[in-house]
Design a protein around this ligand. Structure first.
Ligand code: URA
Length: 201
């Protein structure tokens, strides 16, 4: 029919990504990495780009950083199986995990925008500096803005958070360390999420 479900709309965009050749990453990718977790209206996490394991499996956050991300969610009782839709700024892996180029972000932008428009998530987590600069159009460092809520598309609220691979490189748990700050942020996120789910059912 003319009225498509969220799943069908997302599938259509995913297939466009499968055939995408708008930037040169299409030549080196093994798989596109479109999304993981559950499609829902509550919470979306936007990461940077697929790494080696993600490119191999076609799934986001399945390497070391992803395992840490799962632990961070689990620490407050959240999981990718039931609570969060996960996607990335880029759907294809940059060779050697280099930072995405501006033209790659530009080429991939419409797919991310479509995911946001279809799901209209109430909470959007901007995971790391690439997602932050894409969605907030700022060059401000993540350390300055993490843990704060910003107005996002479709009435959403967005919070920048550290990328788990940054936490893997900064292992301290001391008060004020990146891991300690992430612990504050995930509890604030959980509070906002519970308030949402309570009001929506
Ligand atoms: N890092 C990301 O930003 N995204 C992934 O999917 C995996 C690692």
């Amino acid at each position: 029919g003319f009225i498509m479900s969220i799943e069908e709309d997302l599938e259509e965009v995913r297939q466009m990504c499968e055939y995408c050749d708008k930037c040169s990453l299409c030549k080196s990718r093994t798989n596109i990495v479109f999304s993981g977790g559950v499609p829902n209206h509550n919470m979306m996490l936007i990461g940077e780009a697929p790494g080696y394991y993600e490119d191999q499996k076609g799934e986001p956050f399945v390497g070391k950083a992803g395992q840490l991300l799962d632990k961070i969610f689990a620490s407050v009782g959240l999981s990718r199986q039931k609570d969060v839709y996960i996607c990335n700024t880029l759907k294809c892996r940059p060779p050697d995990n280099r930072d995405p180029l501006p033209e790659e972000k530009e080429a991939c932008r419409a797919y991310l925008d479509a995911q946001i428009e279809i799901l209209k998530p109430k909470i959007i987590l901007l995971c790391g500096k690439v997602a932050l600069s894409s969605m907030l159009n700022t060059s401000t460092g993540i350390t300055r803005v993490r843990g704060q809520w910003f107005d996002g598309p479709f009435g959403s609220k967005m919070m920048p958070i550290f990328h788990p691979s940054y936490l893997l490189r900064n292992d301290s748990h001391e008060k004020g360390s990146p891991k300690w700050l992430m612990w504050q942020d995930i509890r604030e996120i959980k509070k906002a999420y519970d308030a949402l789910v309570c009001s929506n059912g």
